[in-house]
Design a protein around this ligand. Structure first.
Ligand SMILES: C[S@@+](CC[C@H](N)C(=O)[O-])C[C@H]1O[C@@H](n2cnc3c(N)ncnc32)[C@H](O)[C@@H]1O
Length: 312
């Protein structure tokens, strides 16, 4: 049996996971190792790079992975029962599958080809930003609505945007139409490099930080150094956080409300696979929000629902 450290190194030895912060790989491995999926929980494993078909990882059946992490539908010979002790090989495989679900199922193939791309002319610069935004499911869906959204959620006086689990949303900086500080926090290292190159080249007052959102103290330190008033964006990240730690998003929202002026929370209103029934009510979260914060706006744009949260 491999030691925990060895397992983590093995999982991270694949190029696609090398730049995921170690603490997140540990959390996913723990989740798998504790066999918490035994409690009847189901985790949808979406194919990476945006092909929108999904499979299910549940306590009863687990598919086998193909290159690029897509999941083949299970056959009885490939079933792995969570009821028995998992072998090291199974732990590595399942941890990688869940890591893909959380960190790489949202972007399309080729997104990293924009790394280090420089645009000479002004129109090429805006084209580059649009090209990248189109390569990520979240930003692609939001693309027709950015202007309206940013007009609606940002005020003249706002000084800093903190974008938690930013993905490539930093490439939407030109839609802000005013000089504002932007700090994106993201686990996928390649997105950090791409965005920082882009910010530097365009001389935007912006940076991307490679950090796990579970590192709450470090996150708060970073935020406290920024100029007030601050607006915290939490676009489509609640589900990813809740998979790894139930109720962590509540903790994060409360902490962010203490050091920011406003929080903008968003959720997808439909499942990416479109096949499965999608639970959008999120009663547990709304009950918490109503009790602790003021929901000053609640609106839908495209397939995304946005809440503007203020301190009570
Ligand atoms: C559905 S995407 C949304 C991206 C972006 N917020 C948007 O809406 O355009 C979720 C993002 O959160 C990031 N993420 C998930 N869990 C994270 C964590 N614990 N720490 C940092 N980033 C995380 C993922 O890597 C991914 O880029």
């Amino acid at each position: 049996m491999m030691k925990r450290e060895e397992l983590i190194n093995k999982i991270k030895s694949k190029k696609e996971f090398r730049e995921i912060p170690r603490d997140l790989v540990e959390r996913v491995l723990d989740k798998i190792s504790k066999k918490s999926l035994l409690e009847g929980e189901e985790i949808k494993l979406t194919r990476p790079h945006g092909s929108l078909r999904s499979s299910t990882l549940s306590s009863e059946k687990v598919g086998t992975t193909r290159p690029h992490g897509s999941l083949r539908s299970s056959t009885s010979s490939s079933l792995i029962s969570f009821k028995k002790e998992l072998s090291d090989k199974e732990k590595v495989k399942l941890t990688r599958a869940l890591l893909r679900k959380i960190f790489s199922s949202f972007f399309y193939k080729g997104i990293f080809s924009f790394k280090g791309k420089k645009a000479e002319r002004e129109e090429e610069k805006s084209l580059l930003s649009l090209k990248v935004l189109r390569k990520h499911i979240s930003t692609k869906e939001r693309l027709p609505f950015y202007e309206e959204l940013y007009d609606r959620i940002f005020n003249r006086g706002d000084k800093t945007i903190i974008d938690l689990g930013s993905g490539v949303n930093g490439f939407s900086y030109p839609f802000l139409k005013k000089k504002i500080n932007y700090v994106g926090v993201e686990a996928v290292g390649q997105f950090i490099e791409m965005q920082n190159d882009y910010f530097k080249e365009n001389k935007f007052s912006a940076k991307a930080v490679h950090l796990s959102l579970f590192e709450l103290e470090k996150l708060k330190e970073i935020i406290k150094k920024t100029e007030k008033p601050r607006v915290v964006l939490m676009f489509k990240i609640v589900d990813a956080l809740e998979i790894l730690e139930r109720d962590f998003s509540k903790k994060l929202i409360l902490e962010m409300s203490k050091i920011s002026h406003r929080i903008i929370l968003s959720f997808p209103t439909k499942s990416l696979s479109k096949k499965s029934k999608f639970r959008t009510e999120r009663k547990w979260l709304f009950d918490f929000l109503k009790e602790n914060l003021l929901i000053s706006e609640d609106f839908k744009l495209g397939s995304e629902r946005y809440l503007v949260l203020l301190k009570k």
